[in-house]
Write a protein that binds this ligand. Structure first.
Ligand SMILES: [Zn+2]
Length: 469
């Protein structure tokens, strides 16, 4: 009799132990730093420590679970954002350019769909266009990432509860305008809010779309911020308040993309990259605050779809001087714009700038010939580009074209001199096949310790949170 009672109690105890050791994850935060390689993360800590432009420790870099994961796509050792995003969203490897479809172009369901089908709220947030590749993989299925109208239409007709992005991206082949898609969203019952003040969003119910409030396809670089600009953290703050109020009981899945870490990598702009990454870390602080209020039910993951730029820490010499980047006041796009205004003013007759004018410009915006010493070799190189641009028969409009911007050769060369002086060097203007980090904290984080590849993540999230697939 006593033995029977003893075994009954033992059974109760074992069940209790197994229940507490396997927490049911109710709230999932999935942060994706587009183009965020491991060197980008470490470089940001170096930069912030030296310049005071952000926290010395980047929060997620110190999460209890930290792994390297491979990012190869279904048809290349170097993935693009579409195939990378599809693997992160669905757990399926596919070809570069594919949005939520497999190698045979068949639609594969994603975390947002699994979460919704299981009764959870869903949120998709990005600092770039809502129909760009990474968010696209969480809201749509289409054969090419350039099918912007298709992705937009699918988002409008989806069941995603909360979405936030700068706007709708369109391209030359687009038949419709961003405004038409905003109207289509409104017609579908989606409440639209425009930033940067999203206070009213927390009280909203039904589907919500937050936009930056300006006509733009991506939020300004963090390094270029001006009063009145919307930040990624504004979206995330509004998203958390909305989700907690509408889905606090049932739970929710939230994807957040820091989209312009990648743009800065494509432009080979180290300081813009580091400030962009810091901006995403600021948004992660908001999720960490949520975690302190729901410690047993919240899972936070941070990863990347790929590395962009082949960023090296150390550029030839055995030293890095991140403090030399402190004199950089704007992103390469911001500096290129000022360059145009200074030397090609629309409202004044054209006057060829002198070499001294150009040097003064580089001093003002980048700190060259001021805090940053310019070697004779580098000066000769810059002067050569100056001659090719402004000299007799020079090509005043020549520029370096990358995926997201065109920057005058002279500006591009000046950035290369600055970054190299500081000890940062980009290998190229596109993606690399380097592994990226997977950083996890909160309930169930140990389940990601064995993860070695980006396609393994989504199924584990689904099983921890109990999503039906
Ligand atoms: Zn990407």
């Amino acid at each position: 009799m006593y033995m029977k009672r003893f075994f009954q109690l033992l059974l109760v105890a074992l069940v209790a132990i197994s229940c507490t050791s396997q927490p049911r994850v109710k709230y999932v935060f999935y942060f994706i730093g587009d183009g965020m390689g491991i060197n980008q993360v470490m470089g940001t800590e170096q930069y912030n420590k030296a310049t005071g432009n952000g926290p010395e420790t980047i929060n997620f870099a110190h999460f209890p679970v930290r792994n390297f994961i491979t990012t190869v796509s279904g048809n290349s050792l170097v993935t693009d954002s579409a195939a990378g995003g599809t693997a992160l969203a669905t757990g399926v490897k596919t070809y570069n350019g594919a949005i939520g479809v497999d190698m045979d172009t068949v639609a594969v369901s994603s975390l947002t769909e699994w979460a919704k089908a299981s009764g959870f709220g869903t949120a998709v947030i990005t600092s770039v266009g809502i129909n760009h590749a990474t968010p696209g993989c969480f809201v749509a299925h289409t054969t090419r990432r350039q099918n912007y109208e298709d992705i937009s239409t699918q988002y409008v007709n989806s069941s995603v509860d909360f979405a936030a992005g700068a706007g709708f991206i369109m391209n030359r082949r687009s038949q419709r305008t961003p405004a038409e898609f905003e109207q289509m969203a409104a017609d579908n019952g989606i409440s639209i809010f425009r930033g940067p003040d999203f206070q009213a969003v927390a009280q909203a119910s039904g589907r919500v779309l937050c936009l930056s409030g300006k006509e733009e396809q991506d939020l300004p670089y963090a390094i270029d911020w001006q009063e009145g600009d919307t930040r990624l953290s504004d979206f995330v703050q509004a998203g958390i308040e909305y989700m907690e109020r509408n889905f606090g009981k049932k739970g929710f899945f939230m994807m957040v993309e820091g989209g312009k870490i990648d743009y800065a990598g494509h432009s080979n702009d180290a300081a813009a990259c580091f400030q962009e990454l810091t901006d995403m870390a600021n948004s992660i602080d908001l999720a960490l605050e949520f975690l302190t209020r729901h410690p047993k039910e919240t899972l936070i993951l941070v990863t990347a779809d790929h590395e962009t730029g082949g960023l090296m820490l150390g550029a030839g010499r055995y030293e890095i001087h991140p403090e030399l980047l402190a004199g950089q006041k704007l992103s390469i796009v911001g500096v290129a714009k000022r360059f145009g205004e200074a030397f090609f003013p629309e409202d004044k007759p054209y006057k060829t700038p002198s070499w001294e004018d150009v040097k003064a410009f580089a001093k003002e915006y980048l700190g060259l010939w001021d805090t940053v010493e310019v070697s004779q070799t580098d000066e000769a190189k810059l002067k050569d580009t100056y001659e090719k641009t402004f000299g007799k028969g020079g090509n005043k409009t020549q520029g370096v074209v990358n995926l997201y911007s065109v920057n005058p050769q002279l500006v591009y060369d000046a950035f290369e001199v600055l970054d190299r002086a500081a000890g940062y060097r980009f290998s190229y203007g596109s993606h690399s096949g380097s592994p990226v980090g997977l950083y996890v904290t909160g309930a169930g984080s140990e389940a990601f310790i064995p993860v070695k590849d980006n396609a393994q993540i989504a199924p584990i999230i689904a099983s921890l949170a109990g999503y039906k697939r």
